[in-house]
Write a protein that binds this ligand. Sequence first.
Ligand SMILES: Cc1cc2nc3c(=O)[nH]c(=O)nc-3n(C[C@H](O)[C@H](O)[C@H](O)COP(=O)(O)OP(=O)(O)OC[C@H]3O[C@@H](n4cnc5c(N)ncnc54)[C@H](O)[C@@H]3O)c2cc1C
Ligand code: SF4
Ligand code: SF4
Length: 678
Amino acid sequence: MSKVYFSTWNGELVNNVGKPQEEWEESAYNLPAQYDDHRSSRAFIGWDGVTLFDEDVDVIRLAMEYAAQYQEYSEACGRCAPGRWGGRILYDQLDKIARGEGEVADLDHLKEIGKSMQITSKCEIGKTVPNPILDLMTHFEDTFLECINEKKPSKHYNADASYIAKITAPCTDACPAHVDIPGYIEGVRDLRFDDSLEATRQTMPLAHTCGRVCPHPCEDACRRTNLDEPISIMALKRLGADYETDHGYDFFHPMEKKAPTGKKIAVIGAGPAGLTTAYYTAAEGIEVDCYEELPVLGGEVTVGVPEYRMPWDKYQEDIECVRDMGVNFITNRKITADDMRQFEKDYDAVMVATGTRISKKVRCDNEREEIKGYWGAIDFLDWVNLYEKFDIKTPKEVQEKQMLPTDHVDLTGKTVVCVGGGFTSMDVVRCSIRAGAKKVYMVYRRDEKTIIRNTTYEEYHEAVEEGVEFLFHSAVNKITTDENDVLTELLVDKFELVPDPDGGRPNLEKIEGASYTIEADYLIPAVSQSADLDLLPEEWDIEMTSWATIKTNGKDYMTSRKGIFASGDCEYGPMTIVNAVGQAKRAASVMSRYVEDGEITLTDEEIMEDHLMKLKVYDKNEKITGWLPGLPREQAEVLDVDVRKDNNKEVNLGFTQDQALTEAERCMRCYYIAMVQA
Ligand SMILES: Cc1cc2nc3c(=O)[nH]c(=O)nc-3n(C[C@H](O)[C@H](O)[C@H](O)COP(=O)(O)OP(=O)(O)OC[C@H]3O[C@@H](n4cnc5c(N)ncnc54)[C@H](O)[C@@H]3O)c2cc1C
Ligand code: SF4
Ligand code: SF4
């Protein structure tokens, strides 16, 4: 709810004109009434309407300034005449009226041009720019006529005023890294793969990776869904990256690296969050030392995500792109609290991006680390991946404890039970199949729908095809071991969903008498992970969240200790690559300014980004006109189950060039302009 003077946002008409403030009706939308800590907003105008928070707003100038933003954009774009010429006429006519030189006929002309742009512009920005302008002309016609008839400038035509605009898109808003999705899709469509990749790398340095294993929340906010099916946004991203790699080009960086500033930061952890921080701060001319405990770079994407989903040679390209920006990597170096005390003196700022690499327990009877056959998911996947990707052998003590016949994870003839329901558990069960296990179970408390939501539809179905048996509404109750403390059997309870008599969410209740046992060799808990934060000196007393991650305000990512920042899973809890990248990109921007002036600030672009995320750009109820429905989404070829299940070949082969072009053509290029008067 927002207190407004007037609003047409999203078809809602709130008109408090002429009413005393205490009687003002509120808008149902989360509109940006407060621009930042120091400034309130006076007006907000965008693709879906206009909102005035203040009675004194100059509505003619507001319309003119909005048209000016579009004119600047359309000059640069130039893709269609209605957009380009329409934008110029809108601006010129509104400016004429605002100067006090308008005529009544100009109003009709403006309406006509606006309506024609709504129908004939090639992309959404041209179609939507007239919406709020026409709203203002309709509801404040008297104000326009007064200026025209009295030949006087609009009321604040010459006053200092601040208009802050941002271009967005529904998909871009929903991507945690705010990737310019229409931009990179356009690059694919125009066969300008270099432009496509540069559009991605403006905010997301891991293009190979997020073109393969991102859970693509952007696709849930694709307007094409309102017509037929969402664009295959993720799959189109890897085109640019594959093009660069396959042709052996130098890295296409979207920016010139700035000259050295003499400032220096330390980044702890070389996973997605650490790599992203390093890339964007190094681009600003800051010297970056990135410390990594493991012998390899890349964090969980290297040692968690298996080769058959994310080939190491491709991820390595993303990492090399970061190194190419001039980042100094130091591997095999676990940072301790003593190091942190020293780093605080040696560096201008420090980023903690250490992830969540401790597997949580299942919480069942007789659950003990020392049981032979009890193997935390993170540790299990480390040894699978270090061997498969780098030929690093499993150490003797792990081999002995886990009764491995070889120096790598070989589960031939074994029964594996994994408890989980997210990405990690999927990787455990599919790696177990590839390691030769005789039988693999996934025990999950909830249902199939939830597991698909936690991972992806494809991932779940591929696991089923490969032979994983899913035991839904089930939970391990007890571990049984033999006299040598070797795991032999698991007692599993069965649950059912019981409707809440008060109409709330159904509850999971144990079905008495339905428990059963599974003979098993391994239990691999993959329920969740926690963060090892021993590196934070106790006396710093850094504030934590209630779920034991590092607390920040989620906007600038500084911790409660000045100059110490945190991002990625150790800040948010176990999440996704793109979430880590989005946080770290923002943090890098804040750190780049902080090392110069000691202040924590956000740019206008970032402030607007946060407002739009709150407001939500995608509208699932929107009725889309002007585009043909019924164009099916392209499907990439996937390796046949018999060809893939006993090896690490990449399963998803990606689009052919023809498929990519057809898919890119489906994109409606839904750019929108939003603007605040502060
Ligand atoms: C098995 C598995 C599969 C996944 N699959 C997907 C997927 O398909 N798609 C997706 O989007 N997300 C997936 N995720 C989640 C994703 O990998 C994480 O959200 C992401 O890697 C988090 O990035 P991060 O940089 O915060 O942490 P991490 O990737 O965990 O990186 C942290 C790094 O810090 C290092 N480190 C820790 N402590 C220290 C220290 N004291 N000194 C020096 N270095 C230190 C660690 O060794 C590690 O390399 C998966 C996670 C797992 C575990
Ligand atoms: S159609 Fe294209 S621009 Fe529009 S929301 Fe979908 S991906 Fe984004
Ligand atoms: S990074 Fe993920 S969420 Fe963002 S555009 Fe790519 S697929 Fe979508």
